[in-house]
Design a protein around this ligand. Structure first.
Ligand code: SME
Length: 160
């Protein structure tokens, strides 16, 4: 089934999340395939917020392996505790990095990336995947992003 996602380009960030999240919930309720759903979620987020890179890494055999994404070429595997993504996995918590150049161990898939938010997707208190978003601007992510993306991560967890 095809869907059209309706967002207002003039809305502020919080209004965009409020409009978008129920539509994502509806979008994925019509499809059972994990990859298809993650692919569409990354597309919808990229289109709505014009971030530099949006995508998923999925936990497979004690590594994060690149999943569906939108944006430039990315590294394919990240170890436990490595980079921002592996740290979010290890700590089981969202990482908001205002300036990736100051994050010890940051993995630079793209030199254009300046700030980053990584949200773990949890099931039964274990990280099963992570949502990673990069911006080419410093200080791009805040508590509003964190709150709404954590809400989205709970919806996404139901897909696994
Ligand atoms: N910067 C991430 C790696 C993934 S890319 O940004 C797509 C990190 O440090 O874990």
């Amino acid at each position: 089934m095809s869907h059209e996602i309706i967002t207002n380009p003039d809305a502020n960030k919080e209004q965009k999340y409020i409009t978008l999240i129920p539509q994502v919930d509806s979008l994925i309720s019509d499809e059972t395939d994990l990859i298809a759903n993650l692919a569409n979620i990354s597309a919808v987020l990229k289109e709505t917020f014009s971030w530099w890179w949006v995508g998923f890494y999925i936990v497979r055999n004690r590594e994060l392996v690149l999943g569906p994404f939108q944006g430039p070429l990315a590294c394919t595997r990240i170890g436990f505790g490595k980079g921002v993504c592996g740290t979010a996995w290890q700590l089981k918590q969202t990482m908001v990095v205002d300036d990736v150049n100051t994050f010890d161990g940051h993995i630079a898939c793209s030199s254009a990336s300046q700030s980053e938010i990584v949200v773990p997707i949890m099931k039964n208190n274990e990280v099963i995947a992570i949502l990673d978003i990069d911006s080419e601007h410093l200080n791009h992510f805040d508590k509003i992003d964190q709150d709404y993306l954590e809400n989205l991560a709970q919806i996404i967890a139901e897909l696994f």
